[in-house]
Design a protein around this ligand. Structure first.
Ligand code: COA
Ligand code: ZN
Length: 270
């Protein structure tokens, strides 16, 4: 991270993706089980398990962990449940769901729903400190499945400039641990120091685990491009991604049809 020649180096650890948080917790749990904190009495589930719906890692054998999981799980599902409202702003409809846009001037109940979802997304993306440049202007797009569940969320904001991701080079010093090295290779990206004009920043983009790779993110970005600025369809040169995760990087590379897509909102090392 302290590489002096790197103007905008790898992302800060505070924004580590869920996966790395998971692996840390898994390691901690494994250590705990090595220390024989839990007795193996032939339980069905032993040690760390990952909940397929909410993604939480917990120890099935620990009542304390299980209780914590149930609490989180219910909050998670409640936040993603979409009841809807009369004047909802449907910006696209598909065979498997619809995209609803929430604007800052919308009624309180709509804003509250958007905030609940954003909390889940932020938790998964692991960011606490990267704030929206102007929350009062952010546009929130929710992908609602036919089963009335929010399975995708995109937060878009107005920006003035962004930086182009540079094609990968091998200049980052390699960590000794192969696992860390693999993670670094996945996460590291560098970008140009020359700003380029841009219009729309994708501050957050998230799709619920089991719904990934069904074109939900792609459809959300398509809709952002046609609705973000009245009367014009933004090109992929006018949109930028906020400090992309490895998933975000793969998606943006495919979506923009170039590994040199635009980014913004990252923490520079200089
Ligand atoms: N790895 C490799 N390629 C990927 C990818 C991944 N994880 N996710 C998307 N792509 C590429 C694929 O080429 C895909 O087309 P294909 O499925 O036909 O091969 C194309 O992008 C379109 O993907 P799409 O189905 O629209 O993306 P998605 O709905 O699965 O959502 C994310 C993508 C990034 C939003 C989702 O993986 C996610 O929520 N991740 C966790 C949160 C996160 O990291 N967000 C990014 C913040 S910058
Ligand atoms: Zn759960």
């Amino acid at each position: 991270l302290d590489e002096p020649t790197c103007p905008f180096g790898p992302s800060p650890p505070a924004k580590a993706p869920h996966a790395s948080q998971k692996s840390k917790k898994t390691k901690a749990l494994c250590k705990r089980s090595r220390d024989q904190m839990i007795i193996d009495a032939g339980q069905k589930h032993f040690g760390a398990v990952v909940c397929k719906s909410c993604g939480m890692i917990y120890t099935a054998a620990s009542p304390e962990d299980e209780a914590q999981h149930i609490q989180y799980h219910e909050r998670f599902l409640e936040a993603l449940r979409y009841v809807g409202w009369k004047k909802e702003r449907i910006v696209a409809e598909f065979w498997d769901g619809k995209i609803v846009l929430i604007l800052p001037s919308d009624p309180k109940y709509a804003i509250k729903k958007a905030e609940d979802v954003r909390e889940i997304v932020d938790n998964e993306l692991g960011f606490k400190q990267v704030l929206l440049s102007c929350p009062a202007k952010a546009k929130i797009y929710l992908f609602v499945s036919s089963e009335k569940m929010i399975v995708g969320c995109l937060v878009a904001e107005q920006i003035k400039q962004a930086f182009r991701v540079l094609s990968e080079s091998g200049a980052v010093p390699s960590p000794p641990d192969p696992e860390d090295l693999q993670q670094q290779q996945q996460r590291a990206w560098r970008c140009s120091t020359d700003p380029e004009p841009a219009i729309c920043g994708i501050s957050r983009i998230w799709v619920l685990g089991p719904w990934r790779r069904k074109g939900i993110a792609r459809r959300m970005v398509d809709v952002v491009r046609s609705t973000f600025m009245y009367g014009c369809y933004l090109s992929t040169e006018e949109i930028a991604f906020s400090d992309p995760t490895p998933d975000g990087k793969s998606f943006a590379t495919k979506y923009c049809q170039t590994p040199n897509f635009l980014v913004y909102n990252f923490i520079s090392n200089n």
